[in-house]
Ligand binder design. Structure first.
Ligand SMILES: Nc1ncnc2c1ncn2[C@@H]1O[C@H](COP(=O)(O)OP(=O)(O)OP(=O)(O)O)[C@@H](O)[C@H]1O
Ligand SMILES: [Mg+2]
Length: 256
């Protein structure tokens, strides 16, 4: 018998965003997203005080920049941060020039910036893992917090973020409700994507909570790394993720 080998992926964040927008339930959780053009940059910064720009086919938080404007009309300051590098501009034109040069010739997206919830002064988002289980039904197999390194604008493990249990991050009285909200979001998204892409078997969602704990889907990873779960002391979610994945031909290099 031929060995199973799972290869499905959608590398373009733009394609994935458009797919998510086709379902009104899911679309509510997606921050406004546009392709980076001079016109769209101006429009998005007119509408939002903070935006993110990111490569259409990026990974590990590389090439991601946060742009925040402050001050009133006439004295607006634009603050651009990538990694730990910060540049501030007092004119729109100089900021625009810098941002377009940073993006270069690559396809880039602009997304409404979400003010991430914090824990001990550090921003965090969530990785929610949803997979096809043994009964061929979608199941949320893991959720974990990714706590950014102090002063960073991305929560990728490769940029110093730590994995922290959601039981530690979430305010105690709300933990159950917030977990249920993430579970619902993950399952709804997975079921929708499977209608468009029947071969899909797993998704790893990057979800941000804003200060009101409204969830926002920053990205859907179609070939997610299990590392955020591997780094937790409690290995139960990690083992389940690998076990489920192996059933459809994923995670060959991992033993549990
Ligand atoms: N709109 C946004 N608002 C706030 N933070 C964001 C936003 N978009 C991205 N981020 C931060 O930047 C990180 C990286 O962005 P994203 O997940 O979109 O790309 P990536 O991680 O480079 O891609 P991949 O997950 O495929 O490796 C997110 O995990 C989050 O911490
Ligand atoms: Mg990501």
């Amino acid at each position: 018998m031929k060995e199973k080998h799972y290869t499905f992926r959608l590398p373009s964040k733009w394609t994935k965003t458009q797919a998510l927008m086709k379902n009104s339930q899911v679309a509510r959780w997606v921050p406004a997203t546009k392709k980076l053009t001079t016109a769209n940059l101006r429009a998005m910064l007119g509408q939002y005080a903070m935006i993110y720009i990111k490569p259409d086919r990026g990974s590990k938080g590389i090439g991601v920049m946060q742009i925040a404007k402050s001050g009133g009309s006439g004295s607006t300051v634009y603050r651009c941060q990538t990694g730990i590098k910060v540049r501030s501009f007092s004119s729109y034109e100089s900021m625009e020039k810098y941002v377009l040069a940073f993006a270069g010739i690559k396809d880039y997206l602009i997304q409404k910036g979400i003010q991430l919830t914090q824990f001990n002064g550090r921003a965090y988002d969530l990785r929610v893992m949803v997979q096809i289980g043994p009964r061929q039904q979608w199941e949320t197999t893991g959720m974990v917090g990714r706590l950014a390194q102090q002063g960073r604008i991305v929560t990728n493990g490769s940029q110093g973020a730590e994995s922290v249990s959601v039981d530690i991050l979430f305010p105690k009285p709300q933990t159950k409700r917030l977990k249920a909200r993430l579970n619902h979001l993950g399952l709804t998204t997975a079921n929708h994507l499977q209608k468009l892409y029947p071969a899909i078997r797993e998704i790893g969602l990057d979800v941000a909570f804003d200060p009101q704990f409204k969830p926002w889907i920053l990205e859907v990873n179609t070939f997610p790394e299990p590392h955020p779960f591997m780094k937790l002391e409690d290995q139960r979610m990690f083992r389940k993720i690998i076990r489920y994945g192996k059933a459809y031909g994923r995670y060959k290099g991992f033993r549990v």
